[in-house]
Design a protein around this ligand. Structure first.
Ligand code: TXA
Ligand code: MG
Length: 352
């Protein structure tokens, strides 16, 4: 086995080979329309266990199972209620994952022991072919190390998992850039477990959506929704407010730092469309010059990875509006920043 062999997903033979690897109990990375996934045959327990080992993912975090057509979902779900059928008709193939009670035959490793299973049909030719060639549903989380930013290119997969995965199907940069929306259906209600590619506004045209994970005693509603996630190695902080407020705060703090005779910290700024200037800014990553939130989403994880490689003292992200796909972007930014210090706290403690 050549570690991390990146192959061209346009070559049909390579996709067939990848399906053979899956059929033999192996694991391969493949593109979807959202982010790259790390897949195994969903009904092969041993193969699914390998995913958890490769990603260093805790076993309590359940996987999404990918199907190549809506009918295949009945291999996984006990029943398909009318609301699910409606959502499937509207949003599959596409970035909507639906959580419903599972069939007994779905292995517990896939669902982390939950009585439900998350299923989606990706809108990506390579992903669909891979599932079809295998002839069975494919369980796949995002193809990153657990807790780190999801990969949106084959190269990003190789950076994280290169020597741990046999084959990476390269389908170019993914279209959406943020993961699917995860929606649990309970009767005629939808519970939003993770905002993603399909927006709440779109789903609300079909059924009421309860946002946020309600506090539950015991087992969490969606264990993978741990607060700290998507976190780069560099300190990361989300500044909620207009860029003018950020610049004012930085100017205040700059005075203090200069008075103390300290060196200026090197900050990487991540913005939606603005490009403000400040002596602290080593670089400014603009997610969408034309102020398009979908373009911003598709550039988000790549931009975070790029900043993370620059050995900066801190990454500061300016927020985006929490509308449409902006809700998913803000969710990822909040979680990337949740382990870190706030801006003021960081700069007041600056000692170099
Ligand atoms: O766009 C995506 O969804 C990508 C691509 C590869 O399909 N996949 C992805 O998988 O983001 P992952 O494992 O990184 O995130 C899956 C999320 C986790 O938050 C997990 O807790 C939740 O889905 N999940 C999976 N099964 C669940 C279940 N039975 N009940 C509640 N949440 C579930
Ligand atoms: Mg993930």
């Amino acid at each position: 086995m050549t570690p991390g062999r990146i192959v061209d997903a346009k070559d049909d033979l390579e996709v067939r080979l990848a399906a053979k690897v899956l059929a033999a109990g192996g694991v391969v990375a493949f593109p979807t329309e959202t982010v790259y996934g790390l897949g195994a045959d969903a009904f092969d327990e041993k193969a699914v266990c390998k995913i958890f080992e490769i990603k260093k993912r805790p076993s309590f975090d359940p996987l999404i199972v990918h199907v190549s057509n809506p009918e295949e979902a009945s291999l996984l779900w006990e029943t398909v209620p009318p609301l699910a059928s409606k959502l499937i008709r509207l949003f599959w193939p596409g970035p909507l994952t639906i959580v419903l009670p599972k069939k007994a035959s779905v292995p517990d490793v896939v669902t982390a022991g939950l009585s439900t299973v998350a299923v989606r049909m990706p809108k990506n030719d390579t992903a669909l072919k891979l599932i079809r060639y295998l002839g069975r549903p494919v369980a796949a989380p995002s193809a990153n190390l657990f807790g780190y930013t999801s990969p949106t290119t084959a190269q990003a997969v190789a950076e994280d998992l290169g020597d741990r995965v046999e084959l990476i199907l390269d389908g170019g940069p993914t279209m959406w850039g943020v993961e699917s929306t995860v929606l649990k259906i309970e009767g005629d209600q939808c519970l939003l477990l993770r905002p993603g590619g399909v927006t709440v506004e779109q789903i609300e045209k079909v059924a009421p959506v309860t946002r946020g994970v309600p506090e539950k005693t015991g087992l969490q509603e969606s264990p993978g929704l741990s607060k700290s996630h998507y976190a780069p190695w560099t300190g990361f902080t989300l500044f909620e407010g207009p860029s003018e407020a950020l610049m004012e705060e930085l100017t205040d703090l700059e005075k203090v730092i200069r008075e103390r005779g300290l060196s200026l910290p090197r900050i990487g700024l991540l913005t939606f469309y603005e490009r403000p200037k400040h002596p602290f800014f080593e670089t400014v990553e603009v997610l969408s010059k034309k102020k398009d939130l979908y373009e911003a989403a598709s550039n988000l994880f790549q931009a975070i990875r790029k900043l993370d490689k620059m050995h900066l003292d801190l990454i500061v992200a300016l927020g985006t509006p929490r509308q449409g796909i902006g809700l998913a972007i803000m969710d990822r930014l909040e979680r990337a920043s949740s382990g870190g210090k706030g801006l003021r706290d960081f700069l007041e403690n600056w000692k170099r």
